[in-house]
Design a protein. Structure first.
Length: 234
């Protein structure tokens, strides 16, 4: 006699939390995420279906495999993972658990997901992030990104938070977290929506876009000044 797990039929998709690294396609036209553990080799979009990381043909999540998307029930548990050195550059995701899933004590393993929101931590210098910039590593065809403030973007490949949300699509919301030292209790800052290329931006999003553009302009001006000095000396 084979034991069967109890089945759930929720009226709406369960909510879960996880951490991941933002990624940008090589041609700069698509944005998504890649996991921080076993599934890191398989980048995924905002709305995507899990595949077996071992290349097996069964559908995820399989009871005799550990394939499938993973998330935890509580945001505080996912946020705690961001404290480790190897995960400091990751972002916090809020997801909808779709399709078949297996419930565990602390979370889910499941077949499909929709990433509803991404919370970007502060820049390495401690300032509030206004962009996601080249992190210096990636996967084949994907460039990993990490939080950057206007002063640290310089000439690196980067996207404003609003631009990342638009490229990712599917209504993704991207917000910048305010560091605890800069705000009371680490309150969240600017929020951007990815409802399409024509989505309206609020005041905070426009300020962030302007700060990013100004940082790039300052960098280009410094480079131009350096070239002019070299020509004058030569």
């Amino acid at each position: 006699m084979r034991l069967r797990l109890p089945e759930e039929r929720p009226t709406e998709p369960p909510t879960g939390y996880k951490i991941a690294h933002p990624v940008l396609s090589q041609d700069g036209t698509r944005a998504g995420f890649t996991g921080v553990s076993l599934g890191g080799a398989l980048p995924y979009g905002v709305l995507d279906e899990a595949r077996c990381v071992y290349g097996r043909r069964h559908r995820a999540p399989h009871r005799r495999c550990d394939c499938g998307f993973h998330c935890v029930h509580e945001s505080a548990v996912a946020e705690a993972m961001l404290c480790t050195a190897e995960h400091r550059a990751a972002v916090l995701l809020e997801v909808s658990v779709l399709g078949a899933y297996i419930r565990f004590e602390r979370g889910f393993r499941y077949a499909r997901q929709r990433v509803r929101s991404a919370t970007v931590g502060p820049c390495e210098c401690g300032a509030v992030a206004v962009a996601l910039a080249d992190a210096g590593w990636g996967r084949p065809g994907r460039r990993a990104l990490k939080a950057a403030c206007a002063g640290c973007v310089r000439g690196r490949t980067s996207l404003s938070l609003a631009s990342f949300a638009r490229l990712a699509g599917e209504g993704l919301r991207v917000r910048a977290a305010v560091p605890p030292v800069a705000g009371i209790g680490g309150a969240e800052g600017a929020t951007t929506g990815g409802g399409g290329a024509t989505a309206a931006l609020g005041v905070s999003e426009l300020v962030a876009e302007a700060a990013l553009l100004q940082a790039r302009l300052d960098w280009f001006q410094s480079q131009l000044g350096r070239l002019r000095d070299e020509e004058a000396q030569g």
